[in-house]
Ligand binder design. Structure first.
Ligand code: SF4
Ligand code: SF4
Length: 425
Protein backbone atom coordinates (compact mmCIF):
# COMPACT_ATOMS: atom_id res chain seq x y z
CA UNK A 1 0.00 0.00 0.00
CA UNK A 2 1.03 3.59 -0.51
CA UNK A 3 2.24 5.98 2.15
CA UNK A 4 1.13 9.59 2.15
CA UNK A 5 1.04 12.34 4.79
CA UNK A 6 0.23 16.03 4.96
CA UNK A 7 1.87 18.44 7.40
CA UNK A 8 0.42 21.86 8.18
CA UNK A 9 3.27 24.25 8.91
CA UNK A 10 4.05 27.87 9.64
CA UNK A 11 7.60 29.05 10.22
CA UNK A 12 11.01 27.45 10.11
CA UNK A 13 10.84 25.79 13.53
CA UNK A 14 7.52 24.09 12.78
CA UNK A 15 8.83 23.00 9.39
CA UNK A 16 11.96 21.46 10.93
CA UNK A 17 10.27 19.79 13.90
CA UNK A 18 7.30 18.64 11.79
CA UNK A 19 9.47 17.00 9.13
CA UNK A 20 11.78 15.36 11.68
CA UNK A 21 8.89 13.91 13.63
CA UNK A 22 6.96 12.70 10.58
CA UNK A 23 10.01 11.04 9.01
CA UNK A 24 10.93 9.40 12.31
CA UNK A 25 7.42 8.18 13.02
CA UNK A 26 6.36 6.97 9.59
CA UNK A 27 9.24 6.81 7.12
CA UNK A 28 12.29 5.84 9.19
CA UNK A 29 12.41 2.38 7.56
CA UNK A 30 12.61 3.66 3.97
CA UNK A 31 16.08 5.20 4.49
CA UNK A 32 19.20 3.11 3.82
CA UNK A 33 20.81 1.46 6.85
CA UNK A 34 24.36 2.46 5.84
CA UNK A 35 25.36 6.01 6.86
CA UNK A 36 27.78 6.13 3.89
CA UNK A 37 24.97 5.75 1.34
CA UNK A 38 24.81 8.39 -1.39
CA UNK A 39 21.78 10.58 -0.70
CA UNK A 40 20.53 12.92 -3.41
CA UNK A 41 18.10 15.76 -2.72
CA UNK A 42 16.40 17.01 -5.90
CA UNK A 43 14.63 20.37 -5.39
CA UNK A 44 12.85 22.46 -8.03
CA UNK A 45 15.12 25.38 -8.90
CA UNK A 46 13.48 26.25 -12.17
CA UNK A 47 14.13 29.97 -12.04
CA UNK A 48 16.05 32.57 -10.04
CA UNK A 49 12.87 33.69 -8.24
CA UNK A 50 13.01 32.48 -4.66
CA UNK A 51 10.54 30.32 -2.74
CA UNK A 52 8.53 33.30 -1.47
CA UNK A 53 7.34 33.95 -5.03
CA UNK A 54 6.01 30.39 -5.29
CA UNK A 55 8.65 29.55 -7.89
CA UNK A 56 11.23 27.32 -6.25
CA UNK A 57 11.70 24.91 -3.37
CA UNK A 58 11.92 26.65 0.00
CA UNK A 59 15.39 26.64 1.58
CA UNK A 60 13.70 26.06 4.95
CA UNK A 61 12.13 22.78 3.81
CA UNK A 62 15.39 21.54 2.30
CA UNK A 63 17.26 22.61 5.47
CA UNK A 64 14.76 20.59 7.52
CA UNK A 65 15.47 17.48 5.45
CA UNK A 66 19.24 17.98 5.69
CA UNK A 67 18.97 18.38 9.48
CA UNK A 68 17.08 15.11 9.61
CA UNK A 69 19.58 13.28 7.37
CA UNK A 70 22.53 14.56 9.39
CA UNK A 71 20.78 13.57 12.58
CA UNK A 72 20.47 10.04 11.16
CA UNK A 73 24.22 10.00 10.50
CA UNK A 74 24.24 10.29 6.70
CA UNK A 75 27.56 11.70 5.52
CA UNK A 76 27.31 11.72 1.72
CA UNK A 77 24.52 14.19 0.88
CA UNK A 78 24.20 16.08 -2.41
CA UNK A 79 21.67 18.66 -3.54
CA UNK A 80 21.38 18.35 -7.32
CA UNK A 81 19.34 20.15 -9.95
CA UNK A 82 19.60 20.93 -13.66
CA UNK A 83 18.14 24.40 -13.68
CA UNK A 84 16.06 25.91 -16.50
CA UNK A 85 17.71 25.95 -19.94
CA UNK A 86 17.39 29.70 -20.47
CA UNK A 87 19.42 30.51 -17.36
CA UNK A 88 21.95 27.82 -18.22
CA UNK A 89 22.26 29.17 -21.77
CA UNK A 90 22.76 32.67 -20.35
CA UNK A 91 25.52 31.43 -18.00
CA UNK A 92 23.46 32.38 -14.95
CA UNK A 93 23.83 30.12 -11.92
CA UNK A 94 20.37 29.75 -10.43
CA UNK A 95 21.88 27.61 -7.67
CA UNK A 96 24.05 30.55 -6.59
CA UNK A 97 21.29 33.12 -6.99
CA UNK A 98 18.92 31.12 -4.81
CA UNK A 99 21.72 30.63 -2.26
CA UNK A 100 21.63 26.84 -2.46
CA UNK A 101 25.42 26.95 -2.78
CA UNK A 102 25.61 28.76 0.56
CA UNK A 103 23.15 26.34 2.14
CA UNK A 104 25.47 23.54 1.02
CA UNK A 105 28.48 25.30 2.57
CA UNK A 106 26.57 25.93 5.80
CA UNK A 107 25.81 22.22 6.12
CA UNK A 108 29.05 20.94 4.61
CA UNK A 109 27.29 19.05 1.82
CA UNK A 110 27.73 19.00 -1.98
CA UNK A 111 25.62 21.05 -4.39
CA UNK A 112 25.68 20.12 -8.07
CA UNK A 113 24.27 21.79 -11.17
CA UNK A 114 23.23 18.84 -13.33
CA UNK A 115 23.58 20.94 -16.48
CA UNK A 116 27.31 20.28 -16.13
CA UNK A 117 27.13 16.61 -15.11
CA UNK A 118 28.25 13.54 -17.00
CA UNK A 119 25.19 11.88 -18.45
CA UNK A 120 23.66 8.41 -18.53
CA UNK A 121 21.03 7.48 -21.18
CA UNK A 122 17.29 7.11 -20.55
CA UNK A 123 14.80 5.90 -23.20
CA UNK A 124 12.25 8.39 -24.47
CA UNK A 125 9.41 8.13 -27.01
CA UNK A 126 10.07 7.22 -30.66
CA UNK A 127 13.42 5.59 -29.92
CA UNK A 128 15.03 8.81 -28.61
CA UNK A 129 17.56 8.53 -25.77
CA UNK A 130 18.18 11.46 -23.44
CA UNK A 131 20.98 11.96 -20.92
CA UNK A 132 20.25 12.26 -17.21
CA UNK A 133 22.86 13.30 -14.67
CA UNK A 134 25.01 10.39 -13.58
CA UNK A 135 24.45 11.40 -9.94
CA UNK A 136 20.77 10.44 -10.33
CA UNK A 137 21.67 6.97 -11.50
CA UNK A 138 24.40 6.45 -8.92
CA UNK A 139 22.52 7.71 -5.85
CA UNK A 140 21.46 5.08 -3.31
CA UNK A 141 18.51 7.15 -2.15
CA UNK A 142 16.80 10.06 -3.92
CA UNK A 143 14.52 12.52 -2.17
CA UNK A 144 12.41 14.38 -4.70
CA UNK A 145 11.54 17.85 -3.34
CA UNK A 146 9.33 19.66 -5.84
CA UNK A 147 7.41 22.89 -5.43
CA UNK A 148 3.62 22.77 -5.65
CA UNK A 149 2.89 24.84 -8.76
CA UNK A 150 0.60 25.30 -11.70
CA UNK A 151 2.18 24.84 -15.10
CA UNK A 152 0.99 26.34 -18.35
CA UNK A 153 1.84 23.32 -20.53
CA UNK A 154 1.56 20.41 -18.05
CA UNK A 155 -1.33 21.70 -15.88
CA UNK A 156 0.64 21.28 -12.67
CA UNK A 157 4.25 20.61 -11.85
CA UNK A 158 4.94 18.56 -8.77
CA UNK A 159 6.77 15.22 -8.30
CA UNK A 160 6.55 13.78 -11.81
CA UNK A 161 7.55 16.91 -13.72
CA UNK A 162 10.31 17.80 -11.26
CA UNK A 163 12.48 15.04 -12.69
CA UNK A 164 12.97 17.10 -15.88
CA UNK A 165 15.72 18.78 -13.86
CA UNK A 166 17.65 15.50 -13.86
CA UNK A 167 18.35 15.96 -17.58
CA UNK A 168 21.77 17.31 -18.53
CA UNK A 169 21.75 20.67 -20.32
CA UNK A 170 19.43 22.16 -22.89
CA UNK A 171 20.27 19.54 -25.51
CA UNK A 172 18.72 16.79 -23.40
CA UNK A 173 15.82 18.84 -22.03
CA UNK A 174 14.86 19.65 -25.63
CA UNK A 175 14.34 15.95 -26.29
CA UNK A 176 11.31 15.94 -23.98
CA UNK A 177 9.44 18.50 -26.08
CA UNK A 178 8.05 16.28 -28.82
CA UNK A 179 6.10 14.20 -26.28
CA UNK A 180 6.46 16.11 -23.02
CA UNK A 181 3.96 14.24 -20.83
CA UNK A 182 4.97 10.77 -22.00
CA UNK A 183 8.64 11.60 -21.58
CA UNK A 184 8.04 12.86 -18.04
CA UNK A 185 6.46 9.49 -17.30
CA UNK A 186 9.44 7.75 -18.94
CA UNK A 187 11.83 9.71 -16.73
CA UNK A 188 9.89 8.58 -13.68
CA UNK A 189 10.11 4.97 -14.79
CA UNK A 190 13.88 5.30 -15.12
CA UNK A 191 14.69 7.36 -12.01
CA UNK A 192 12.72 6.28 -9.01
CA UNK A 193 13.09 8.55 -5.98
CA UNK A 194 12.40 6.69 -2.74
CA UNK A 195 10.71 9.62 -1.06
CA UNK A 196 8.78 12.67 -2.25
CA UNK A 197 8.55 15.78 -0.07
CA UNK A 198 6.47 18.51 -1.69
CA UNK A 199 7.04 22.12 -0.67
CA UNK A 200 3.57 23.61 -0.59
CA UNK A 201 4.39 26.12 2.15
CA UNK A 202 4.02 28.87 -0.43
CA UNK A 203 2.57 27.35 -3.60
CA UNK A 204 1.94 28.96 -6.99
CA UNK A 205 -1.40 29.42 -8.75
CA UNK A 206 -2.25 31.07 -12.07
CA UNK A 207 0.30 31.37 -14.84
CA UNK A 208 2.95 28.96 -13.61
CA UNK A 209 5.58 27.71 -13.68
CA UNK A 210 7.26 31.14 -13.37
CA UNK A 211 4.79 34.01 -13.72
CA UNK A 212 1.99 32.79 -11.47
CA UNK A 213 0.94 34.17 -8.08
CA UNK A 214 2.23 32.85 -4.75
CA UNK A 215 -0.40 31.27 -2.55
CA UNK A 216 0.20 30.68 1.15
CA UNK A 217 -1.05 27.14 1.56
CA UNK A 218 1.20 26.18 4.51
CA UNK A 219 1.42 22.52 3.64
CA UNK A 220 4.11 19.90 3.08
CA UNK A 221 3.13 16.60 1.48
CA UNK A 222 5.22 13.48 2.01
CA UNK A 223 4.76 10.17 0.21
CA UNK A 224 6.49 7.25 -1.42
CA UNK A 225 4.70 7.15 -4.78
CA UNK A 226 4.91 10.07 -7.24
CA UNK A 227 1.60 9.26 -8.94
CA UNK A 228 -0.24 9.23 -5.62
CA UNK A 229 1.42 12.43 -4.41
CA UNK A 230 0.68 14.25 -7.68
CA UNK A 231 -2.93 13.03 -7.67
CA UNK A 232 -3.28 14.28 -4.09
CA UNK A 233 -1.79 17.65 -5.09
CA UNK A 234 -4.34 17.87 -7.93
CA UNK A 235 -7.11 17.15 -5.42
CA UNK A 236 -5.67 19.77 -3.04
CA UNK A 237 -5.60 22.37 -5.84
CA UNK A 238 -9.10 21.33 -7.11
CA UNK A 239 -7.76 20.36 -10.56
CA UNK A 240 -9.11 17.32 -12.43
CA UNK A 241 -6.13 14.99 -12.80
CA UNK A 242 -7.08 14.30 -16.41
CA UNK A 243 -5.98 17.87 -17.22
CA UNK A 244 -2.50 17.31 -15.80
CA UNK A 245 -0.38 16.07 -18.69
CA UNK A 246 1.88 13.49 -17.00
CA UNK A 247 -0.99 12.03 -14.92
CA UNK A 248 -3.21 11.78 -18.01
CA UNK A 249 -0.36 10.09 -19.92
CA UNK A 250 0.27 7.65 -17.05
CA UNK A 251 -3.46 6.80 -16.93
CA UNK A 252 -3.58 6.23 -20.69
CA UNK A 253 -0.59 3.87 -20.42
CA UNK A 254 -2.10 1.92 -17.52
CA UNK A 255 0.63 3.04 -15.10
CA UNK A 256 -1.76 5.10 -13.02
CA UNK A 257 -4.40 2.61 -11.89
CA UNK A 258 -7.62 2.34 -9.85
CA UNK A 259 -5.42 1.48 -6.88
CA UNK A 260 -3.82 4.94 -6.99
CA UNK A 261 -7.16 6.67 -7.59
CA UNK A 262 -8.99 4.84 -4.80
CA UNK A 263 -6.22 5.57 -2.29
CA UNK A 264 -6.30 9.28 -3.09
CA UNK A 265 -10.10 9.46 -3.02
CA UNK A 266 -10.27 7.76 0.38
CA UNK A 267 -7.48 9.81 1.99
CA UNK A 268 -8.80 12.21 4.66
CA UNK A 269 -7.31 15.41 3.22
CA UNK A 270 -8.15 18.10 5.79
CA UNK A 271 -8.53 20.97 3.37
CA UNK A 272 -8.44 21.83 -0.29
CA UNK A 273 -7.87 25.09 -2.17
CA UNK A 274 -9.17 26.33 -5.46
CA UNK A 275 -6.03 27.24 -7.39
CA UNK A 276 -6.44 29.65 -10.29
CA UNK A 277 -5.66 27.72 -13.49
CA UNK A 278 -2.57 28.51 -15.60
CA UNK A 279 -4.31 30.44 -18.37
CA UNK A 280 -1.88 32.17 -20.74
CA UNK A 281 -2.39 35.13 -23.08
CA UNK A 282 -4.06 34.65 -26.48
CA UNK A 283 -0.85 34.22 -28.52
CA UNK A 284 0.71 31.64 -26.18
CA UNK A 285 -2.62 29.78 -25.96
CA UNK A 286 -2.97 29.78 -29.77
CA UNK A 287 0.56 28.51 -30.36
CA UNK A 288 0.52 25.92 -27.61
CA UNK A 289 -2.74 24.33 -28.76
CA UNK A 290 -2.02 20.59 -29.31
CA UNK A 291 -2.97 20.99 -32.99
CA UNK A 292 -0.36 23.69 -33.62
CA UNK A 293 2.34 22.89 -31.10
CA UNK A 294 4.35 20.63 -33.40
CA UNK A 295 4.78 23.51 -35.87
CA UNK A 296 5.92 25.81 -33.06
CA UNK A 297 8.35 23.16 -31.86
CA UNK A 298 9.82 22.88 -35.36
CA UNK A 299 10.35 26.67 -35.45
CA UNK A 300 11.68 26.70 -31.87
CA UNK A 301 14.44 24.30 -32.80
CA UNK A 302 15.80 26.37 -35.69
CA UNK A 303 19.05 28.30 -35.32
CA UNK A 304 17.48 31.57 -36.44
CA UNK A 305 14.76 31.37 -33.78
CA UNK A 306 17.29 30.52 -31.09
CA UNK A 307 19.47 33.43 -32.16
CA UNK A 308 16.52 35.85 -32.07
CA UNK A 309 15.56 34.57 -28.62
CA UNK A 310 19.06 35.27 -27.36
CA UNK A 311 18.89 38.98 -28.34
CA UNK A 312 17.58 41.51 -25.83
CA UNK A 313 14.71 42.66 -28.03
CA UNK A 314 13.76 39.07 -28.93
CA UNK A 315 13.73 38.13 -25.25
CA UNK A 316 11.53 41.13 -24.37
CA UNK A 317 9.07 40.28 -27.14
CA UNK A 318 8.82 36.67 -25.99
CA UNK A 319 8.21 37.86 -22.41
CA UNK A 320 5.59 40.42 -23.41
CA UNK A 321 3.66 37.92 -25.54
CA UNK A 322 3.78 35.35 -22.73
CA UNK A 323 5.74 32.85 -24.83
CA UNK A 324 8.56 33.12 -22.31
CA UNK A 325 7.95 33.48 -18.58
CA UNK A 326 11.48 34.16 -17.33
CA UNK A 327 13.59 37.29 -17.52
CA UNK A 328 17.29 36.49 -17.86
CA UNK A 329 18.89 39.44 -16.08
CA UNK A 330 22.67 39.34 -16.06
CA UNK A 331 23.28 41.65 -13.08
CA UNK A 332 24.26 39.80 -9.94
CA UNK A 333 23.44 40.88 -6.41
CA UNK A 334 26.29 42.51 -4.46
CA UNK A 335 25.95 42.00 -0.74
CA UNK A 336 27.38 44.45 1.75
CA UNK A 337 25.13 43.61 4.68
CA UNK A 338 21.77 44.02 6.35
CA UNK A 339 20.81 46.75 8.79
CA UNK A 340 17.82 47.20 11.06
CA UNK A 341 15.78 50.38 11.11
CA UNK A 342 14.90 50.08 14.77
CA UNK A 343 12.24 52.77 14.68
CA UNK A 344 10.21 50.69 12.22
CA UNK A 345 10.55 47.26 13.82
CA UNK A 346 7.46 46.11 15.73
CA UNK A 347 9.16 42.95 17.00
CA UNK A 348 6.54 40.84 15.23
CA UNK A 349 8.91 37.89 14.78
CA UNK A 350 7.99 37.20 11.15
CA UNK A 351 11.57 37.51 9.88
CA UNK A 352 12.78 34.76 12.26
CA UNK A 353 10.09 32.41 10.98
CA UNK A 354 11.48 32.72 7.48
CA UNK A 355 15.19 32.36 8.20
CA UNK A 356 16.41 28.95 6.94
CA UNK A 357 19.26 28.90 9.45
CA UNK A 358 17.04 30.03 12.35
CA UNK A 359 18.86 33.26 13.08
CA UNK A 360 17.04 35.22 15.75
CA UNK A 361 16.15 38.43 14.01
CA UNK A 362 15.91 41.30 14.91
CA UNK A 363 18.01 40.47 18.00
CA UNK A 364 20.87 39.45 15.68
CA UNK A 365 21.37 43.12 14.88
CA UNK A 366 22.17 43.89 18.52
CA UNK A 367 25.93 44.39 18.43
CA UNK A 368 26.12 45.44 22.08
CA UNK A 369 24.71 42.09 23.16
CA UNK A 370 27.15 40.25 20.88
CA UNK A 371 24.26 38.77 18.85
CA UNK A 372 25.61 39.79 15.47
CA UNK A 373 27.88 36.74 15.37
CA UNK A 374 24.72 34.83 14.39
CA UNK A 375 24.49 36.90 11.24
CA UNK A 376 28.21 36.59 10.55
CA UNK A 377 28.32 32.84 11.01
CA UNK A 378 24.92 31.62 9.86
CA UNK A 379 23.53 34.05 7.30
CA UNK A 380 23.32 32.47 3.83
CA UNK A 381 22.22 35.76 2.23
CA UNK A 382 18.86 34.50 0.97
CA UNK A 383 17.05 37.77 1.71
CA UNK A 384 13.93 35.95 2.93
CA UNK A 385 13.87 38.14 6.09
CA UNK A 386 14.26 41.33 4.06
CA UNK A 387 11.50 40.29 1.63
CA UNK A 388 8.88 39.34 4.24
CA UNK A 389 9.27 42.17 6.77
CA UNK A 390 5.88 43.92 6.64
CA UNK A 391 7.36 47.17 7.99
CA UNK A 392 10.36 47.20 5.62
CA UNK A 393 12.47 47.50 8.76
CA UNK A 394 15.32 45.40 7.36
CA UNK A 395 17.54 47.36 5.06
CA UNK A 396 19.64 45.71 2.37
CA UNK A 397 23.08 47.26 1.90
CA UNK A 398 24.58 46.75 -1.54
CA UNK A 399 23.07 46.38 -5.00
CA UNK A 400 20.19 44.01 -5.57
CA UNK A 401 20.90 43.24 -9.26
CA UNK A 402 18.54 40.53 -10.55
CA UNK A 403 16.62 40.66 -7.24
CA UNK A 404 15.13 44.00 -8.30
CA UNK A 405 12.96 42.15 -10.81
CA UNK A 406 11.68 39.84 -8.08
CA UNK A 407 10.90 42.88 -5.93
CA UNK A 408 9.14 44.57 -8.87
CA UNK A 409 6.95 41.57 -9.65
CA UNK A 410 6.41 40.13 -6.19
CA UNK A 411 7.65 42.52 -3.45
CA UNK A 412 4.25 43.85 -2.40
CA UNK A 413 2.44 40.54 -3.01
CA UNK A 414 4.84 38.74 -0.63
CA UNK A 415 4.46 41.30 2.17
CA UNK A 416 0.66 41.29 1.83
CA UNK A 417 0.49 37.49 1.79
CA UNK A 418 2.70 37.16 4.88
CA UNK A 419 0.72 39.83 6.73
CA UNK A 420 -2.60 38.14 5.92
CA UNK A 421 -1.25 34.89 7.30
CA UNK A 422 -0.25 36.66 10.53
CA UNK A 423 -3.73 38.15 10.91
CA UNK A 424 -5.40 34.77 10.39
CA UNK A 425 -3.38 33.13 13.17
S1 SF4 B 1 9.69 41.22 10.41
FE1 SF4 B 1 10.38 43.33 10.45
S2 SF4 B 1 9.08 44.31 11.96
FE2 SF4 B 1 8.89 42.11 12.30
S3 SF4 B 1 10.48 41.62 13.84
FE3 SF4 B 1 11.40 41.33 11.84
S4 SF4 B 1 12.44 43.27 11.40
FE4 SF4 B 1 10.96 43.67 13.02
S1 SF4 C 1 19.31 36.48 8.22
FE1 SF4 C 1 17.96 36.86 6.48
S2 SF4 C 1 19.31 36.81 4.70
FE2 SF4 C 1 20.40 35.82 6.39
S3 SF4 C 1 19.91 33.63 6.20
FE3 SF4 C 1 18.43 34.49 7.61
S4 SF4 C 1 16.68 35.04 6.32
FE4 SF4 C 1 18.43 34.72 4.95
Amino acid sequence: MFRFDALNVDGVREIKSGIAQLLDDKYADVFPADGNSKILIKPNLNSNMNALTGNTTDLRVVAAVIDYLKGRGFKDITIGEGTNSGFYRSNISVIERLKYDELGLYYGIKVKDFNYSESAPVSFESGVAAGVARECVEADFIINMPKLKTHFEAGMTVCLKNLIGCLVGQENKKKTHAALSDNIVNLNLAIKPSLHIVDGVIAMEGLGPTRGTPLMTGVIFVGDNPFVVDLMCARFASFPYQKIGPLAAAARRGILTDEHLSFVKAFPLQRVHKFKPPTAGPLATFIHSPKRQKYFLAVRQTRLFNYLCSTEIGGKLLYLTGLRQDVFIKDEMHWEGLALKKERCTDCGICTKYCPTEIEIPQAFDKAAGMETQLQQRCIHCLYCFSVCPESAIEFLGTQGFMEEQARQYGQIIKKMVNQMREQR
